[in-house]
Design a binder for this molecule. Structure first.
Ligand code: NOJ
Length: 741
């Protein structure tokens, strides 16, 4: 139901700007507050000098001497700061602001994304839960921990769509699918805001589609594709109230977004109706010189500003050059006023002024550590994706016999965090070894060998010892991890295998002849075809955070069943990427899974099967589910109509479990090729052994719209196939039609 609402909001977004401007006879409280804010902003603007106005657009980092920064704040030349985590510095800045002429409150921003102190799993794991409400709670708790420090804005959520796991930043998003990502964008914005932080949906737009997967590289994206695939999560974030949007570093169709007037002003501000702050990314304004679209920093400041960047993050180019640009007539005072108006309006909306019409911002109480840990554990537990489990090797039961746990990651207290928490003292993380010892039944014997010199298996410590330990056991659990710093910003990869000597260790353990459960911590899909073939069980645990190891012990021992599903396709090899379930059909479609030379003139590779190793949406439980009785309420609907899709899901195994029921559609004939499948609904359901539930989805004709070359939505009549099941490879099928009116 909530997802339908989100989608409806997205699809009606084109008309929402008009709806907002229709005068109402009795103004709603929200409208009254908005007009009061407007009046206050106008009054404040009228009192500001040009220097103070430009100051509101200046968003420096801590790179300059503290005293010089404080003096600039006193003079009203800094409107926002990033990365102020030192409480003394925060106090100094607040005091300096209070000494300034107009005492305009400052934005204090931080990458408090999935962690402040207690680390939740990384955001890609949030998406793997397929439970947006868990992501909302996680975001709220992260915000609550962060807000205590005086920070009032987080640089999140990252809502970039990515189909290319070579790009390291897939860890920060919700994967490849716009429908899933929109649901998580909305949940994350709502959560952070509930926890007391304003948000920044980033990176508008197309940052997740860099050519070759190389961070910061340009993307080529048609208007239709931008609106179909990349913009929906931003629309969801805007609908959920994001106060700011961050522009992306890269070029889209040859023009850097930071200087792209069409994207920032025409699309984001006018068409999507975003009336908050548009900020640059870190030093992106001055980096327009590197892009080759600005001659110098002065030129860069003018181009970014005219394109629609309101706030210059870490560049100081507005501070230095906007005054001259106005004096030279290259930027108008009206434009400056419009940008400052956005900044002040957001500050009033956030309740930062003592006379904020909607009420003054109250920092919610610090959450209890126990509550944060409990939520972090639940997110971790629900995010692990069991990719393969031959012969029901997991869970570990007394029948499993002696278990050998191998890998330095099993005794690491490192939670793989990458942003935020790196700045602070880390909280205690239970090791997997301790967590397993505490949870394995009495009489079950657990052996341990470190094997590697480090948690990411970059070098051996004692390979022979690990093999000997495996030989003495009946079942081997090997802990592997993508190199701990190999996901995140600036870490694109060409090799998506296990890092270091981990595969060598795996081979040695395979030779020992015992069934192997391989656990992989990773921030992105890896290419694990060979690895997967060698093991009985393969489970991905992402970067699981402070409570991740305890959650893993709960899953390994069967206290809970795994229930995560892939938010991104796992390829067989790097050569297959970018790869997605929602590719367009081609003139020579691939047939079957075994692409041989006989199929030469079809789309694919001669040396690789056409299918991914594990498709989008895939993930196993310790039980099995069966789908039946797929029904659609009507064979056809009009362009303004809707149908209900119903399906029965039964737990056919011996254990309780959760299944993510997924609904996909395909439009068979249209004016442009439509994706082979598109996710249009999902619901995670818990079922006891033998239990059956009917899951219902409502599909509006508007949910099936696509965008034309001008980015306008089109609902085209025609036949739609419907697929329901537990992954993008779902095979229970039916169809309906949208009739021409
Ligand atoms: C650069 C990153 O692209 C952005 O996502 C982040 O918020 C800023 N740095 C600030 O740290």
């Amino acid at each position: 139901m909530r997802l339908r609402l989100i989608l409806l909001t997205l699809l009606t977004c084109f008309s929402s700007a008009t709806a907002h401007s229709t005068p109402s006879p009795s103004p709603s409280p929200a409208r009254a507050i908005a007009s009061e804010i407007d009046a206050k902003v106008s009054a404040l603007l009228a009192r500001m000098t040009l220097e103070e106005k430009i100051g509101q657009l200046n968003f420096p980092s801590l790179a300059f001497p503290h005293d010089a920064q404080l003096e600039a704040v006193r003079r009203g030349r800094i409107g926002a700061m990033l990365n102020v985590v030192n409480p003394d510095h925060m106090r100094d800045f607040q005091a300096a602001m209070a000494q300034s002429r107009l005492k305009i409150p400052m934005l204090f921003a931080l990458d408090a994304i999935y962690a402040f102190r207690i680390a939740f799993p990384a955001p890609i794991a949030w998406a793997a839960t397929w439970r947006p409400e868990l992501a909302q709670r996680a975001a709220e708790l992260v915000a609550l921990e962060t807000a205590q420090t005086g920070i009032n804005l987080t640089f999140g959520p990252m809502v970039d769509i990515s189909r290319d796991p070579r790009w390291g930043r897939v860890i920060e998003g919700a994967g490849e699918d716009p429908f899933l990502a929109a649901a998580f964008a909305s949940a994350r914005v709502t959560g952070y805001r509930k926890g007391g932080l304003a948000t920044s949906a980033k990176h508008f737009v197309g940052y997740g589609a860099p050519e070759g997967g190389r961070d910061y590289n340009g993307a080529q994206i048609s208007a239709a594709e931008l609106f179909d695939r990349y913009i929906p999560p931003f629309q969801a974030a805007i609908a959920a109230g994001t106060e700011t949007v961050m522009a992306s570093f890269n070029t889209v169709n040859g023009i850097p977004v930071t200087a792209n007037q069409w994207l920032l002003s025409d699309v984001l501000k006018n068409r999507l109706g975003f009336d908050g702050i548009v900020m640059s990314d870190f030093a992106a304004v001055t980096e327009l010189v590197n892009h080759g679209v600005a001659a110098d920093h002065a030129d860069a400041a003018r181009k970014a500003f005219n394109a629609g960047i309101d706030l210059d993050m870490a560049g100081q180019a507005y501070d230095r050059y906007l005054g001259d640009a106005i004096a030279g007539g290259r930027v108008s005072t009206a434009q400056i006023d419009a940008a400052v108006r956005r900044v002040l309006t957001v500050k009033y909306r956030m309740g930062l002024f003592a006379d904020s019409p909607g009420g003054v911002r109250k920092i919610p109480a610090r959450p209890k550590e126990e509550a944060v840990r409990k939520a972090a554990r639940e997110v971790a537990r629900e995010s692990f994706v069991l990719l393969k489990n031959s012969g029901a090797t997991l869970p570990i039961t007394p029948k499993s016999g002696t278990v050998a746990l191998i890998g330095a990651a099993a005794i690491a207290t490192n939670d793989h965090s990458w942003y935020g928490p790196a700045l602070l003292e880390k909280p205690k993380t239970e090791t997997l070894l301790d967590a397993l010892k505490a949870r394995m039944g009495r009489g079950q014997s657990l052996l341990f060998a470190e094997g590697f010199a480090d948690p990411c298996g970059l070098a051996f410590k004692d390979k022979a010892g690990a093999v000997a330990t495996a030989k003495a056991a009946d079942l081997v659990v090997l802990m592997a991890a993508e190199d701990c710093v190999a996901s995140g910003e600036g870490v694109s990869r060409t090799d998506l295998g296990l890092s270091g000597v981990q595969e060598e260790m795996l081979d040695a353990l395979v030779a020992a002849g015992k069934p192997i459960v391989l656990i992989v911590d990773t921030g992105r899909p890896l290419a694990l075809a060979d690895v997967s073939a060698k093991v009985a069980t393969l489970m991905v645990t992402w970067h699981p955070g402070t409570e991740g190891r305890a959650a893993l012990a709960e899953i390994l021992t069967g206290q809970y069943a795994p229930s995560g599903k892939l938010p991104m396709t796992f390829p067989r090899s790097v050569g297959q990427v970018p790869i997605s379930y929602s590719d367009l059909p081609t003139s020579r479609p691939m047939t079957g899974d075994d692409h041989s030379f006989g199929d030469r003139y079809t789309t694919g590779y001669i040396d690789e099967r056409p299918t991914p190793l594990y498709p989008f949406g895939h993930g196993l439980s310790y039980t099995t589910f069966e789908y039946s009785h797929l029904e659609i309420s009507a064979p056809r609907m009009g362009r303004g109509g809707k149908v209900e899709v119903r399906v029965d899901v039964t737990n056919t195994g011996m254990r309780s479990g959760q299944e993510v029921v997924q609904l996909y559609t395909r439009q068979l004939v249209a004016a442009r090729s439509r994706p082979l499948r598109e996710l249009k609904g999902f619901e995670k359901v818990a079922l006891k052994p033998g239990q059956r539930r009917t899951v219902r989805f409502v599909l509006n004709a508007a949910d099936l719209a696509y965008h034309d070359d001008d980015g306008k939505p089109v609902i085209e009549p025609g036949k739609f196939d419907v697929f329901v099941g537990g992954s993008a490879a779902a095979d229970l099928e039916s169809s309906f039609e949208i009739a021409a009116d």
